[in-house]
Design a binder for this molecule. Structure first.
Ligand code: S3P
Length: 188
C-alpha cells in the first residue's frame, strides 16, 4: 500500500458507485467541507453533448455514452482541488478507475440493492433502470460491477448513515491519505 501510495497524488476526491448511492448529494457536501470545487460527470457530459443522458442513450446508444465518459475522464487528469461525482458506470470500468487513481482518492459509495431500489424507484431519468423489473436489474448490474467497484481506495456503506455523516467520513479518510503521503515523501 505504501509503495503504491508513494506514486499516488491525492489532488481530488472521486466518488464512484452504483446509481442511487448518493454520490452527487454527498459529493456536494464533501466539496463544501474541503472548500473544493464540485463536478458531476453526468452533468459535464450533458453540457458537452448538449443533451440529457436519457437522450444520449436513446439517440446515440449506450456505447457512445461510454465513449463520452472516457473522453471526460481524460480531461479530469488536469483537475486540482475538485470533488468528482461520477455516473454509476464510469467507475465500473477498470481503465476509468485507474485514470481516476492518478489524481484522486477514489471512494466507492455502497448500498444494498433494496436500498438503491427504494431511493430510485420514483425517478425516471436513468435509462438502465427504466425496465419492467428494476430491482432485478439493480441486483444483476451491481453484482457484475462489484469486482471493479471494490478496487476503489475506500468503500463506504451509505445504507444506515446520513449524507453528512458519510461526507465527514470521506473528508477524514482524505485528510489521512494526504497526511500519510506527505509523511512518506518527507521520509523519502
Ligand atoms: C449510469 C448511471 C447514471 C448515468 C447513466 C448510466 C450507470 O448516473 O451515468 O444513467 O450505468 O450506472 P448516476 O449513477 O449518477 O445515476
Amino acid at each position: 500500500m505504501d509503495n503504491v501510495q508513494e506514486k499516488r497524488q491525492f489532488y481530488n476526491v472521486a466518488l464512484i458507485g452504483f446509481m442511487g448511492t448518493g454520490k452527487t448529494t454527498i459529493g456536494r457536501i464533501v466539496a463544501g467541507l474541503l472548500n473544493f470545487g464540485f463536478l458531476d460527470t453526468d452533468h459535464f457530459i450533458e453540457m458537452h453533448a448538449g443533451k440529457k443522458i436519457s437522450q444520449i442513450f436513446s439517440e446515440e446508444g449506450e456505447a457512445k455514452f461510454r465513449e463520452y465518459e472516457k473522453q471526460a475522464v481524460r480531461e479530469f487528469t488536469h483537475f486540482r482541488r475538485m470533488v468528482l461525482a461520477t455516473g454509476g458506470g464510469l467507475g465500473a470500468d477498470p481503465e476509468n478507475l485507474n485514470s481516476l487513481k492518478q489524481h484522486s482518492l477514489v471512494v466507492c459509495l455502497w448500498a444494498s440493492p433494496e436500498t438503491i431500489y427504494e431511493r430510485v424507484k420514483n425517478q425516471t431519468h436513468r435509462p438502465l433502470l427504466c425496465v419492467p423489473d428494476p430491482l432485478n436489474a439493480i441486483k444483476e448490474l451491481l453484482a457484475k460491477r462489484e469486482p471493479v467497484y471494490r478496487q476503489a481506495d475506500i468503500l463506504i456503506s451509505t445504507d444506515y448513515y446520513s449524507a453528512r455523516d458519510v461526507a465527514q467520513k470521506i473528508v477524514s479518510h482524505f485528510k489521512t491519505a494526504r497526511a500519510k503521503l506527505k509523511k512518506s515523501v518527507r521520509e523519502g
